[in-house]
Structure formats: C-alpha cells, structure tokens
Design a protein around this ligand. Structure first.
Ligand SMILES: *Cc1c(COP(=O)(O)O)cnc(C)c1O
Length: 223
C-alpha cells in the first residue's frame, strides 16, 4: 500500500460515486465516516485535511485522547454504549450511532440533559446472527418510542453492522432488512456499509458509510 491517505480517500469517493450512480442514486446522499479506532492520529489528520468531515470512534478513552488534536469535524460514537460512560460519550461526541437498548437511551438522555444539549442518535439494529449488540428488528419500534420520548435525544435513523460473511447475497438480504426497518422506525439516516460491504450497502440505500481499514489501512491491534 504505497498509496497515501488523501489518494485513498479520493479513490474511495470516486468508487462510491460510481456505485451510487449505477444504483440510480446521487452520491451527495451518502456521507462517508472515517473510522479511526486503533489508527494513529497522523492518517486521520491527513484525511481531515483532504476534506473528510466525519470521524467515527468506538472506544471512549481512545477518542478522548485523539479528539483534542483534531480540527473541527463531526464526531460519531459507534462503539457499545456502557451506561456508566454515557456522560463522557455525550460530552465528546456529536452523534451516537449505537443506541441499542432502553437503558442506553435513558442514560444518554440524562447525560445530554445535564449538558443542556440535544444529542442526535441512531438506533443500532441487529441484522446478523453473530453480532452481539443491536436491537432486533422486532424490538426496534418500541426502542424508537423510548428514544423519541426523550426531549434531549433526536432520533435520526438506524445503524447496523452487516454479517461477517463472504456470501454477498446474505449481506444484501441483511441490509435490505435494515432498510425495511428504517422505514418502520422513521428517520432519514441509514448507516450501513463498512470496508468490506459498502457496495451492497449503497445498493440497499445507505446514506452513511463507516469505513476504517479501507481508508486508513490495517488497525493496530493490541499487543
Ligand atoms: C470498526 C468499525 C467500522 C469500520 O470497519 P472497517 O471494516 O475497518 O471499515 C464500522 N462500524 C463499526 C461499528 C465499527 O466498529
């Protein structure tokens, strides 16, 4: 991989644009979130300088360390919401994509209230048998009601992680389920698609792609 981050970002944007147009969609409908977890600061800064406006992080501690060094960007929390970290999450992030149960929604709502802010959130859906987190599509409407009852939260749509498989048809089916569930839950953001499955996600109507390794390269795994 001799290609630098700015080149990779430009190429990815071109490819996303082509895929969108092939699906009869406008590339402008699709936000690209660069996922910085377990990536050093340098490539993230390079991507922001090259125009990336959205950064996703999964770990509160890691995000807190990095965010002080970033120019203004929209910060997305995409990790598991532990209720005892809700306050910190609401302080650090502009949007929480991973509200997957009622106690997480309530903890974030309390935190946002105490910070006197309205926190945009997505409801995290479980569309894959191997995924540990996420509300089942059947439980999504009830969870959406709980979120909407909180004045300090604003429900923008849903997020889901595709199944970890090379079976493209299975991925497409899972994303179709996410799109169908968004239609029931309400909202305009469909956050589906990562490095390995963003093409299927664009075809299924994704409005938000979360790309880590496909943009920044391999993650630094803990030793
Ligand atoms: C890590 C992560 C991503 C990015 O994954 P890549 O395969 O590196 O693109 C996207 N969404 C969530 C929720 C993640 O945890």
């Amino acid at each position: 991989m001799n290609e630098g981050v700015p080149q990779r970002l430009a190429r990815l944007r071109d490819q996303i644009g082509e895929e969108a147009r092939a699906a009869g969609r406008s590339p402008d409908e699709i936000v690209l979130v660069g996922v910085g977890k377990k990536q050093p600061l340098e490539p993230i800064l390079e991507a922001i300088e090259a125009g990336l406006g959205d950064i996703g992080e999964s770990y509160v501690q890691e995000a807190a360390l990095k965010f002080g060094s970033l120019p203004p960007v929209r910060k997305h929390y995409i990790g598991h919401v532990q209720t005892n970290k809700a306050k910190r999450i609401a302080e650090l992030f502009d949007i929480v994509q991973s509200v997957d149960r009622e106690d997480a929604a309530r903890a974030l709502a309390r935190a946002a209230t105490s910070l006197e802010k309205v926190l945009p959130v997505l409801l995290q859906l479980n569309i894959s048998p191997a995924d540990r987190f996420g509300a089942s599509p059947d439980a999504a409407e009830r969870l959406a009601e709980v979120i909407r009852a909180e004045p300090s939260l604003r429900l923008d749509g849903v997020m889901a992680i595709g199944p970890d498989t090379s079976d493209r048809a299975e991925i497409a089916r899972a994303f179709a389920l996410a799109a169908k569930t968004l239609a029931r839950v309400g909202g305009s953001t469909l956050s589906i698609g990562m490095s390995g499955d963003w093409r299927e996600a664009v075809r299924a109507g994704s409005t938000m792609l979360r790309i880590g390794t496909g943009l920044f390269g391999r993650r630094q795994e803990p030793r």
